[in-house]
Design a protein around this ligand. Structure first.
Ligand SMILES: *Cc1c(COP(=O)(O)O)cnc(C)c1O
Length: 462
């Protein structure tokens, strides 16, 4: 690792291939956004300068990963690339049954399709939206149990992603252990701001699962980022490597689901790994029906080869230090400027409290959407609203029932942007702060029944 006295957080890589970015003007962006119905999901990526929409599948691969791509074995069965991936995943998870899928939600559909069904209950720190959707699709119920104090946006807690252990046990007793399909721990807790989960929390959860004979599933697509926080915040882990910490956490689970588009450092891919043979046979049957044969699932040989390399690279000390510190850099600088951010900063994204930043825009005019639109118009920065556009509902009089918070997420793609890009984003916020007293937001003119934020159209209120 570089000398820690160093002030500049240098990227621990140099650039060997470049992708040009288009520089646009404010009036160009105003027109482009209007054409997209003021919904940045509907923009062409060509018209975006800094794309912080998601960290999923948007990372850059290393030269070693690209080299692996070229040696990918595309054999239908028993491919070398599969064997390489299986070996890496077995070593990391300690689990004997490894199923490759095309992305995380395919693993979820397979596992929850088998465990779920009407009358079944899943309990989690927070179910990610595809997790909840796959569970509810089977007729089962998904219940989130975060500690109350973790819901305070600006309170510092070292492990704000933890599950509430008491509430979990109460729910098991309330619903009856025979009706609990599984407990799912999401690390890091994506929907709560990429906040970490402590080892102590997962160990205690394991004990509860043992007591009631329940399956513990680790939804661990950011397990390496979570390991960074454990090493630096949970004192007994300071001398363990990030890899050993991840191995220890995975040893506590009965199953592991991973969207490889996050800490797999690849653009597509997923994994489902299991300890139980009978469950693995059921899952493999569904895998073959819906994804592909057991030695490729939904992936090309070259994708598996790149993932095998990515799963080792992601635990590199210098990479993880840069990864977590660069996200923190953006969040801390925003806070210094007076932008209200969710605190502490999580692993993969910075969340802004748009209701607090834009105090004069009423919730039914979507302050988060206003910020998302302003960031694009002022700076060509694309991000996503995580508030009442995403989670709002209507009562029987068609009146908005707002979400709990009006947040905007700036997700950081892995190894893609340099510090100068991030400094530029900070400059764009100077302009945002100048217009924070504006009074009007947006009105929805079209929305779909499900997941409306992807396709909704808006009108700017003046
Ligand atoms: C992204 C994600 C998923 C779903 O994975 P996809 O690869 O997008 O299908 C599941 N759980 C968590 C916590 C995620 O962040």
């Amino acid at each position: 690792m570089l000398d820690t006295k160093q002030k500049t957080l240098c990227e621990p890589f140099k650039i060997k291939m470049v992708e040009p970015l288009k520089i646009t003007t404010e009036s160009f962006r105003e027109a482009a956004l209007k054409k997209a119905g003021y919904n940045p999901f509907l923009l062409s990526s060509n018209d975006v300068f800094i794309d912080l929409l998601t960290d999923s599948g948007t990372g850059a691969m290393s030269d070693n990963q690209w080299a692996a791509i070229m040696t990918g074995d595309e054999s239908y069965a028993g491919a070398r690339s599969w064997q390489a991936l299986e070996k890496v995943v077995k070593k990391l998870t300690g689990m004997p049954y490894i199923l490759p899928t095309h992305q995380g939600r395919a693993a979820e559909r397979i596992l929850y399709g088998i465990l779920g069904g009407k009358g079944k209950v899943f309990i989690s720190n927070t179910h990610f939206d595809t997790t909840r959707a796959n569970i509810e699709f089977t007729g089962a119920t998904a219940i989130d149990v975060m500690p109350n104090e973790a819901k305070e946006l600006e309170v510092y807690l070292p492990f704000k992603g933890n599950i509430d252990l008491d509430k979990t046990e109460q729910l098991i007793q309330k619903h009856g252990q025979e009706n609990i399909a599984a407990i799912i721990i999401t690390v890091t807790n994506n929907s709560s701001g990429g906040q970490p989960v402590s080892m102590a929390n997962v160990k205690a959860l394991r004990a509860i699962c043992n007591k009631y004979n329940l399956l513990l599933i680790i939804d661990g697509c950011r397990i390496a980022e979570n390991s960074y926080f454990i090493k630096h915040r949970e004192i007994e882990y300071i001398n363990k490597s990030y890899y050993e910490i991840a191995q220890e956490m995975l040893s506590l689970g009965d199953a592991f689901i991973m969207s490889a588009k996050k800490d797999g450092l690849v653009n597509i891919g997923g994994l489902l790994t299991l300890r139980d043979e009978a469950l693995s046979v059921n899952c493999k049957n569904l895998l073959i029906i819906s994804e592909g044969f057991t030695t490729y699932g939904g992936m090309a040989g070259r994708d598996m080869a790149a993932l095998a390399v990515g799963l080792e690279e992601v635990f590199d000390e210098d990479y993880l230090h840069y990864r977590i510190k660069s996200t923190t850099y953006l969040g801390e600088k925003l806070k210094e400027k007076g932008v209200p951010v969710v605190w502490p900063i999580g692993g993969h994204a910075v969340y802004i409290d748009a209701k607090k930043l834009y105090p004069n825009i009423p919730v039914n005019e979507y302050p988060g959407q206003a910020l998302v639109c302003d960031l694009y118009v002022k700076g060509g920065v694309r991000c996503v609203e995580v508030g009442s556009v995403m989670f709002g509902k209507y009562d029987k009089n068609e009146k908005l029932i707002p979400a709990q918070n009006e947040l905007v997420r700036l997700a950081i793609p892995r190894r893609v942007y340099t510090q100068s890009h991030i400094d530029y984003v900070l400059e764009v916020f100077d302009e945002i702060l100048e217009i924070r007293n504006q009074k009007h937001g947006y009105k929805i003119t079209y929305e779909s029944k499900f997941l409306r934020h992807f396709t909704a159209l808006f009108e700017k209120l003046i």
